[in-house]
Design a binder for this molecule. Structure first.
Ligand SMILES: [Zn+2]
Length: 232
């Protein structure tokens, strides 16, 4: 039998893995084993930007089993085009809605988003997939120079745009219209430590500390692309 290899003292990732197993897991073992025995039943699909500063579990005070997470560059939702291609985000949405029956979908952008900045400035020449992907934010771009204020507005506009795209997913629309699913648009301002939630009545994002809800999403009531609210 082989002796266990001596751990590489300079391998920081290995140290973190060993710490998780030795320190964290024993304290929460029952929870993990329950989640295996009973399966996962998260109520929330969290679609967030991949940015390392956005930490969904911290923002929402959640832990294992509570969030089904899809992350990508920019927290973007591809249009539902029925192409059945290799669309990871689309597959994640279908899985969450049709198999997990989530009750909420959050789209969470954030301040200082590199994806939104790159959508204005252009991706590196070699990054063909990134160039194509960021076109999903095009409709949110403003015809101005990307000042800090313009970037923040664009980040927020992009969140609303993705919520609108979600409503083009037949299974999302069906569940929302049946009252079994709600959509929430969030914009996390890193330097304030606060999520601003989209309020469809005000047509704006409201700091969570001043809000009476966690975001109303664009539907219902229904919002057309010109921002006009149409009551049911
Ligand atoms: Zn980002």
């Amino acid at each position: 039998m082989n002796e266990p290899a001596l751990p590489d003292a300079t391998d920081e990732l290995l140290q973190r893995l060993q710490r998780f197993h030795a320190d964290y897991f024993p304290l929460h073992q029952q929870r993990f084993q329950d989640l295996v025995a009973q399966g996962q039943h998260p109520k929330t699909l969290f679609i967030g930007c991949s940015d390392s500063r956005l930490v969904p579990y911290l923002l929402t005070g959640t832990g294992p089993g509570e969030l089904f997470i899809v992350r990508n560059v920019g927290a973007l939702v591809p249009p539902f085009d029925g192409s059945h291609g290799l669309h990871g985000t689309m597959a994640g949405i279908e899985f969450a809605v049709l198999q997990l029956h989530v009750q909420r979908i959050i789209v969470c952008g954030h301040s200082h988003c590199g994806a939104i900045r790159t959508a204005y400035e252009g991706a590196p020449e070699e990054a063909k997939a990134l160039q194509s992907w960021l076109k999903l934010a095009d409709e949110a771009l403003l015809p101005v120079r990307p000042s800090p204020e313009a970037l923040l507005r664009t980040e927020q506009r992009s969140v609303v745009l993705q919520l609108e795209r979600l409503m083009d997913y037949p299974m999302v629309r069906r569940e929302v219209e049946a009252g079994r699913l709600t959509l929430h648009g969030w914009h996390y301002v890193i330097e304030e430590g606060e999520v601003h939630v989209f309020d469809v009545q005000r047509g704006d994002f409201v700091p969570a500390s001043l809000s009476s809800h966690s975001g109303t999403g664009p539907f219902p009531p229904y919002v057309e692309h010109d921002g006009q609210i149409i009551s049911e």
